[in-house]
Design a protein around this ligand. Structure first.
Ligand code: GLY
Length: 373
């Protein structure tokens, strides 16, 4: 049993903290505002296949491995927390509007099929048969039943409860830097008292790079704006599946929530640590989402929010040792924090025990950057 300090109480930090505490370690989580930040804003897609991008095969493998672990992770979490983890298994479809969008989806389908991933190409009519909420501008697309979704806020509540029951100590302090004695971690300096530790795990999302010089320049904020809508009586019912779409080349997605809720996302901008919701962002999301799901015009707009994804240089996260003994990172998850929580937590637990992490997580070792410094 060792004393582990986890910096950051987002989905990654709390998943790792819960698993480590359940395995018998003494775990403290530092965060001035637990369960907020990017995790609170997330759409909640668990979508390695439909978010795949040529050249990012390690990320695809890691995502596929994590989505495979999601049902077990959700079942364990529900048992540990005594409440739902928010997993949704209805699947995902991708819709295209114009000819250019359809050509792009065709390329994606060809690429994925070439990698042996199963995707089904469907006409607009076939897609509408599955999801009558899709409008007439949708001309074709893909069905990917194995890409799932999670209600991010149910998940965060469950993680907080599971951490509490496993004995995790939450400290509402902001971490300033990692303390080491010239080769071995000794704790974390905060805006309150220092917190001693045998091991420190940096899971501070977009703020991770400030905590240790080895992360300098490796994690940057990538802003995303989302909207939350609620179905109103008399309006067309929302889709049951996650709907991703390309509208005149712009990506947009709608992720269902219980009770007729929809999360519409997400913009992408590199504007530093800015979390303002912009007029242009809201306009683009509503215009594009309405082209695909015309019924949302009658929904209530209940929330707009922006979060900062922690971007890494190659879009793979940084999971593993950073150099000084006892210092680990689990950060840089970019667009995929919700998706990658189960495999990240398993990798971190293995590393704490001195075991190798899951095969798919090995390319995410920070040594790919840190050793070059
Ligand atoms: N994974 C969706 C997003 O980052 O917007």
């Amino acid at each position: 049993m060792i004393e582990v300090v986890v910096v950051g109480a987002g989905v990654i930090g709390m998943s790792c903290a819960w698993r480590a505490a359940a395995a018998g370690h003494a775990v403290t989580v530092l965060d001035p505002a637990p369960a907020r930040g990017a995790s609170w804003v997330a759409g909640g897609m668990l979508a390695p296949v439909t978010e795949a991008w040529p050249g990012e095969e390690h990320l695809l493998d890691l995502g596929v491995e994590s989505v495979r672990r999601w049902p077990g992770f959700a079942a364990d979490l529900t048992a540990a927390a005594g409440c739902r983890a928010g997993l949704r298994t209805e699947g995902t479809m991708v819709a295209a509007t114009g000819a250019g969008d359809r050509a792009e989806l065709d390329n994606l389908a060809t690429y994925l099929t070439g990698l042996g991933r199963s995707v089904e190409r469907l006409s607009g009519r076939e897609l509408r048969r599955l999801e009558p909420a899709l409008g007439p501008d949708v001309r074709g697309g893909l069905s990917v039943p194995d890409d799932l979704a999670v209600d991010n806020r149910l998940l965060l509540t469950a993680l907080q409860a599971a951490c509490g029951r496993a004995g995790v100590r939450f400290v509402a302090a902001a971490a300033k830097s990692v303390l080491d004695d010239g080769g071995r971690v000794t704790g974390v300096r905060t805006d309150g008292p220092d917190v001693p530790a045998d091991a420190v795990l940096i899971c501070a999302g977009a703020h991770s790079a400030d905590l240790h010089p080895t992360l300098d320049g490796l994690v940057r904020p990538v802003k995303g704006e989302i909207l939350r809508l609620a179905h109103r009586a008399g309006a067309f019912p929302p889709p049951g599946r996650t709907v991703r779409a390309l509208v005149d080349g712009r990506p947009v997605y709608a992720v269902p929530r219980d009770g007729g809720g929809l999360v519409i996302g997400a913009t992408q901008a590199e504007t530093g640590f800015d979390t303002d919701v912009t007029v242009g962002g809201v306009r683009d999301l509503l215009r594009d989402a309405e082209r695909v799901l015309p019924g949302i015009a009658e929904y209530a707009l209940v929330e707009s929010a922006a979060g900062l994804r922690p971007g890494s240089p190659d879009n793979l996260p940084l999971i593993g040792p950073l150099g000084p003994e006892g210092l680990l990172a689990a950060t840089g998850h970019g667009r995929n924090g919700m998706l990658l929580a189960p495999v990240t937590a398993d990798a971190v637990l293995a590393l704490l025990h001195g075991d190798p992490p899951p095969e798919a997580a090995r390319p995410a070792a920070p040594h790919r950057f840190v050793s070059r410094r």
